[in-house]
Write a protein that binds this ligand. Sequence first.
Ligand code: GLC
Ligand code: MG
Length: 523
Amino acid sequence: MTDRGREWWKTGVIYQIYPRSFQDSDGDGVGDLAGIESRLDHLVDLGVDAVWISPFYPSPMADFGYDVSDYTGVDPLFGTLEDFERLIAAIHARGLKLLLDFVPSHSSDQHPWFQASRSARDDPKRDWYVWRDPAPDGGPPTNWIAEFGGSTWDWDDATEQYYLHSFLPEQPTINWRNPAARAAMLDAIRTWFDRGVDGFRVDAIEHAAPDPEKGDNPVDPDWDGGGGPARAHLGAASKHQPEVFRVVDEMRRLAERYDPPRLLVGEAYGRLEEVVRYYGAEGLHGFQLPFNFLLIGAEWDPRVIAGLVEAYEAALPEGAWPNWVLGNHDRHRIASRAGRAQAGVAATLLLTLRGTPTIYQGDELGMENVEIPPDRVQDPWEKRVPGQGLNRDQVRTPLAWDGTAHGGFTTGAPWLPMDLRPAVTVEAQRGDPASMLNLHRRLLRLRRAEPALTLGDYRTISVDDASFRFARSHGSRRIGVALNLSDRPRPVDLNGATLLSTTGDDALTGDLAPNEGRVVALD
Ligand code: GLC
Ligand code: MG
């Protein structure tokens, strides 16, 4: 795309809000738009640049908003369109950008489009979704397994065909190959752009145009049994299909019609070669930022991490801007994966690697997975495939703001149990110089002050079985980062003045303390 100077998102930091769990304003125990508006100062104080809000559109909430029944509205649970207008104005007034979450691959089964589609085989919207006759044996047309378990095909008694869904049966797959459906979806994007949003995070894009004509998916010979039953197959026929890249190309062309162009951050899980294709390949335009999930499930080991960073740097196409993610509303909390003591090292890594970081709500406080008693499970994935460690409720628990009842999140009963450790609230951490919150604030301030940390090159300096060092350079400025992933002291092996230490003592010199991350201005 044309070079229009430096885009904000290259130096910016994105913060993900899971709206059900950020701040409740009306006492129903579920966060909402007015709640977000009342807490924007936290984001300014933290020092992020953009907010991505997970879906708040009208939805039956079978998948907590990722089952959309109206692409351009606001669910009453979260507020009204007026609340949205106030929120976006308040966000822009603080100099922040706003990204929404677009869910292209499926709607809710309650969407009027699907209601029409399933009403009769000759309904004009029949082809807006993916319908097929049974296989010759009467079973589903292909062997595909849905992400949340079971066949991707559900039988419709009334019209005697199967319809496709890549996630829940309540999330029928939209047929992007149908021109009218395609136009309606692009129109929804346009509506939000016209309302002033600065971009979208685009959900589960690899599932946007499955191709049943290709037949069965092959078994994955390397599957280790993790990640849910769908992982048993490779997605040869159902994921990352050529049509998906044409859909992305159209979305990007639309985003480029605005000044400044709107940002598209794409969610696609896949092998590294598959993911980097979403930057644009074979003459098609891609996303500015296809999410890089290499670290979101990685073993917390310096050699593994250094290897992934190098592999990613090497795989990036010409001109592609990198990005990093350690957590989101679907995956285990970083402080639980890496361990409480390592949370500061993880934050240092996320905020000093080359590329746009996305911080998941609560990670700035070191929030951990919260155990969910069986009778309080809400996540449909956990309900369908119990006991495989996939329960996303654990990472979606409400944020605690202060030491009052329910952490100041709600005056009612929170929709999920909360982590109410007194030290894991915004208020408690604001006053503690060594807190995770203040570490994030210091790291973000340093990023802003040091172009080497945003625009600089990346180079690995050294890695061993306990620590990892790398350098970022821009012009004559060279900054070193040393991360101690172990609980014993390690040599720092960088010469220069300390700029930041996760211990809270930014003048620290000498060996790295156990679990320390240090940033140094290299001599
Ligand atoms: C994405 C979302 C996840 C959702 C799924 C289906 O992976 O992040 O929360 O369940 O897509 O829309
Ligand atoms: Mg509420």
